[in-house]
Write a protein that binds this ligand. Structure first.
Ligand code: SF4
Ligand code: SF4
Length: 179
């Protein structure tokens, strides 16, 4: 397997600058709506802001990998005197909670860095964060040729197989393809 260069897109989160305005949630859900910008619903956003105003806690979290099983750990962190639940930081679309699941279908959501053609100058949530709590950068990294992240469709099919079994998914695809 060969080594190839790939462009890595990364967003650094400066939680101290986040005021919990949730503009990032609105624009993400709107950008990914079909047709584009036809609706907005934070429940469909691929970034969610942990908001606890009474404790002055605002933490933007990006939707990461889908996982079929929840972890057993429930660690807690104390940072600058504030206590955080481990699940609050977790990026996974996992069975133990509704976060990062499309509300109608239950399919997992994952941040795709606003992939578009032609490419955007920067992801939408970064563009809309007037407080500059989200900082975008790109850099090159050498990776194994096959180390390519799965797209939305692959993640969705995987989660359907976990939920209903391979045979039922195959039967459904075969039935739909005849329509
Ligand atoms: S747009 Fe920026 S400041 Fe507003 S909630 Fe999102 S990350 Fe925080
Ligand atoms: S980078 Fe794009 S897809 Fe990812 S959370 Fe931000 S707006 Fe949503």
């Amino acid at each position: 397997m060969g080594i190839v260069k790939k462009t890595v897109k990364a967003i650094t989160i400066d939680a101290d600058k986040c005021n919990g305005c949730r503009a990032c949630e609105l624009i993400c859900s709107s950008f990914h709506a079909l047709p584009r910008y036809s609706s907005n619903n934070p429940a469909r956003s691929r970034i969610r802001v942990v908001r606890e105003p009474l404790r002055d806690i605002y933490i933007p979290v990006f939707a990461g990998e889908y996982t079929a099983s929840e972890c057993t750990g429930r660690d807690q962190y104390i940072i600058d005197g504030k206590q955080y639940e481990e699940c609050g930081f977790c990026r996974a679309s996992c069975p133990s909670r509704d976060l990062f699941k499309e509300p109608d279908s239950g399919l997992p959501l994952k941040c795709d860095m606003c992939e578009d053609e032609p490419p955007l100058e920067k992801p939408k949530c970064v563009e809309w964060c007037v407080n500059e709590a989200l900082i975008y950068r790109e850099y090159e990294e050498e990776v194994e040729e096959a180390d390519v992240s799965p797209g939305d469709v692959e993640i969705g099919v995987e989660s359907l197989i976990d939920k209903y079994g391979l045979q039922q998914v195959l039967d459904t695809i075969a039935r739909l393809s005849k329509q």
